[in-house]
Design a protein around this ligand. Structure first.
Ligand code: GDG
Length: 736
């Protein structure tokens, strides 16, 4: 039975040690709850670090046995590994860079990176020890970015999903990491890559295409032969847990206690782990501003601030804690009265029953991170508001702000705005509170954690199916044999061959793609057989094709300029009748403005088309301008009966009557061919694939979306197929 293996840095349990005795306690994290529905089923397992160093081998065995009972498999880490892989690399490189704190906190140490690689290998060994073909592996978060590719290497066909719980930064941030290419390559080992928001997904795809030689089309990335999908899957919470908690006796008791303590005061709550990304100091500053500028709020609004200890052995975190202590002390000392303390600050974690009571009683929940992947606290507050009242103030930098649009959304850097919003929230009419809260509660209930798990897993299955359908389209040995078979059995054949990108590789200077001896020999082999008619179909100018394949250099038919010019074998070139090129006078000036604004680009002129080339332009800028150019010309082109063709690093404007497909059909005329084949790589070749009869063998070079039936990866593979076709049936000693 195929199983699912979940892999994350931490296991969903806490291992604690008292007087040499190890104990396991369940962790309340949302991830543990959400994935609990998976890893506890059948043979499924969860692999991760138990969170505590165990040095003794006997104890390791005991702990392992205890964990195994719950389908959990430990990866034991030494103190040194924890300090370099986890604290050093994960938390001092990836965490700050991914949260846009690269310049302040990132510390790029080679030895930390070496440990990061080593520990990812260690996780890989554990995965490989348990994974079997057919299994599904779901890897989580920034500590294991190399793992997807490491596993892929060992079991190439296995299904791998990866989810990043923190933001994915813009390429400008990510590129700062010295080991960016290795990290990117590691992530791309997955089949499906999930993020919290669309912006994270966009940043990731952009970084991937800039750092590695991969292509993307919408959210599909093509790396060599593999199709990878990147998509947003906003994580949810176990909403039912938070809606039912307020009716539990322990929680009720806590609610009464809080109400007795704070009476009629408006309670503003915040809950975060100690972290610079959470905006705690900026929030305190906003509260101080409120006390100074809205003195009427004094003794009426109380701020209840919980900071959960985290990473406080790291100097940056210890320093942050000192700053928070100091700032809270100052504010309280300045504004406190006999009856009232402005900030109730706790540096510790609370039992869930107290947390729930606070969520249930707080009039306002103030969540203002500088950056946050999602932020689960905001969703937990919403789920706890069973009376549909209360107000959520949420930073626009938290992933949750994309879903909880009925919250009061603020920029956490804007002190005055945050202060004003707290006042607005504290005095918001009940009607408005309810309207907003109801909407948000629907979102939190529908997109809960089980929904998140389900949509991710369903998508992973879909991606695997997509890959399989791509695989069957590849001209592998079996398909090649049946093509060759058909070729051998037929005697009236026509073969359409595109030139650039199909028979020769793309080069940045278009003049340099000169045919080589091997290609001439291939043409000779093909045309030696009187049953073959070979047609070279190109977007190039006819003079160009004539120079390369004219008299004596190729016994073939040719279609130039996408069909504007045709030359039948042995005859001379002739132009498609009735075409006009007067439109060029209006279009050329537009293209010239793009050449002036975009260094490295130029215009190529053909009889019935103008081409703007941007192959040598700055990466990204060329694509941006191409989009702009297409937009600019859209209406003008339709008016003048022109077609805009976005090709490989070109935008071509041509008469709409010119079309490779139509030209190909003109050559076929009414002749009954028993073998029709077409090879092409470009957008313009799609016209041929579509125009040819159903029985034709159409092959795209490159595995992008196409109307072609099959694909091959490179011009070299295309040449090899053609060569093998011609050599079929020829006695072996006669072949070269
Ligand atoms: C990362 C990303 C993303 C907090 N205090 C107490 C307590 N908590 C629980 C909360 C909540 C969790 O901790 C915190 O989750 P967040 O989402 O707010 O933040 P991170 O820990 O930074 O998580 C984040 C998340 O991954 C999931 O993908 O949303 O953006 O940074 O569940 O309830 N629990 C208890 N006592 C406390 O005092 N019992």
């Amino acid at each position: 039975m195929p199983k699912t293996i979940i892999v994350s840095n931490r296991l969903p349990v806490k291992l604690t040690e008292t007087d040499g005795q190890f104990k396991l306690a369940p962790s309340e994290g949302g991830l543990a709850t959400g994935l609990g529905s998976i890893y506890k089923q059948g043979d499924n397992i969860w692999i991760g670090w138990p969170g505590h160093e165990v040095a003794d081998d006997d104890v390791k065995k005991k702990v392992t046995a205890q964990l195994n009972e719950q389908s959990l498999l430990p990866v034991f880490l030494t103190q040194e590994e924890v300090s370099q892989y986890y604290e050093g690399f994960s938390n001092e490189v990836l965490w700050p860079v991914f949260h846009y704190y690269a310049s302040t906190y990132a510390n790029y140490q080679q030895s930390n990176w070496d440990f990061y690689k080593r520990v990812n290998q260690k996780f890989k060994d554990e995965v490989i020890a348990h994974a079997e073909p057919g299994d599904t592996i779901w890897i989580h978060d920034y500590q294991l970015l190399l793992l997807p590719d490491l596993v892929r290497h060992e079991i190439p066909d296995i299904s791998i999903g990866f989810f990043l719980h923190i933001p994915f930064p813009s390429y400008e941030m990510f590129r700062l990491i010295p080991w960016r290419a290795e990290l990117m390559n590691g992530i791309l080992g997955a089949d499906l890559i999930g993020f919290h928001t669309y912006d994270d997904t966009r940043h990731f795809i952009n970084a991937a295409t800039r750092i590695l030689p991969v292509n993307s089309s919408a959210n599909i990335i093509t790396k060599g032969d593999r199709t990878i999908v990147a998509e947003a899957f906003p994580i949810g919470i176990d909403d039912k847990k938070y809606t039912s908690l307020p009716s539990e006796p322990e929680v009720k008791k806590n609610i009464r206690l809080i109400k007795d303590t704070f009476g009629k005061q408006k309670l503003v709550l915040s809950v975060d782990r100690l972290d610079y990304s959470k905006g705690i100091l900026q929030r305190l500053q906003a509260f101080e501003y409120l006390l100074e500028h809205y003195p009427e709020a004094k003794e009426k609004i109380t701020f209840y601030m919980i900071v959960v200890p985290s990473r406080d052995t790291v100097p940056q975190y210890a320093h942050l804690r000192e700053q928070i202590d100091k700032q809270v002390g100052n504010i309280n000392a300045t504004h406190r009265t006999m009856e009232w303390t402005p900030i109730h600050y706790f540096y510790r974690s609370f039992p869930l029953e107290m947390l729930s009571a606070l969520y249930t009683t707080a009039d306002v929940c103030l969540i203002t991170p500088m950056r946050d992947g999602m932020n689960l606290v905001s969703k937990e507050y919403i789920a706890s508001r069973i009376n549909n009242d209360g107000v959520l103030i949420l930073s626009e930098m938290a992933g949750a702000s994309k879903e909880l649009i009925d919250a009061l959304i603020v920029n956490p850097n804007n002190t005055e705005e945050v202060a004003k919003t707290i006042i607005k929230a504290a005095y918001m009419p009940l009607d408005e509170q309810r309207t907003r809260m109801k909407q948000m509660r629907q979102v939190v209930a529908k997109f809960n954690v089980s929904h998140w798990v389900k949509v991710f897993m369903d998508k992973l299955t879909e991606v695997k199916q997509l890959q399989r359908s791509m695989q069957t389209r590849y001209v592998a040995y079996g398909t090649e044999q049946s093509i060759i078979n058909r070729y051998s059995k037929t005697n009236k054949r026509i073969i359409f061959l595109d030139y650039d990108g199909t028979l020769v590789d793309f080069v940045s200077n278009i003049e340099q793609a000169h045919p080589d001896e091997e290609l001439y020999a291939l043409f000779e082999q093909l045309t030696d057989d009187p049953d073959n008619r070979v047609v070279l179909v190109s977007g190039r100018r006819h003079e160009h094709l004539e120079k390369w394949f004219g008299k004596g250099k190729g016994d073939i038919d040719m279609i130039a300029e996408h069909g504007a010019w045709i030359k039948r074998k042995g005859a001379s070139w002739h132009r498609l009748p009735g075409l006009s090129a007067r439109w060029k006078e209006d279009i050329r000036p537009v293209l010239e403005t793009f050449v002036d604004r975009t260094p490295g680009t130029f215009i190529e002129e053909k009889s019935f088309s103008l081409v703007w080339h941007y192959r040598k332009a700055q990466k990204g800028l060329g694509e941006l301008r191409a989009g702009e150019l297409m937009n600019n010309l859209k209406y003008l082109a339709t008016d003048k009966g022109l077609q805009l063709l976005p090709g490989n690093k070109v935008v071509e404007v041509k008469n709409v009557e010119i079309n490779k497909g139509r030209a190909a059909m003109m050559l076929i005329d009414n002749t009954e061919y028993d073998f029709i084949m077409a090879l092409g790589d470009d957008y313009t070749d799609e016209d041929i694939f579509r125009a040819l009869p159903e029985s034709a063998i159409t092959i795209k070079i490159g595995n992008n979306v196409s109307a072609a039936k099959f694909y091959l990866r490179t011009p070299q593979e295309a040449r090899k197929l053609l060569k093998n076709m011609t050599e079929a049936g020829v006695p072996a000693q006669l072949t070269k």
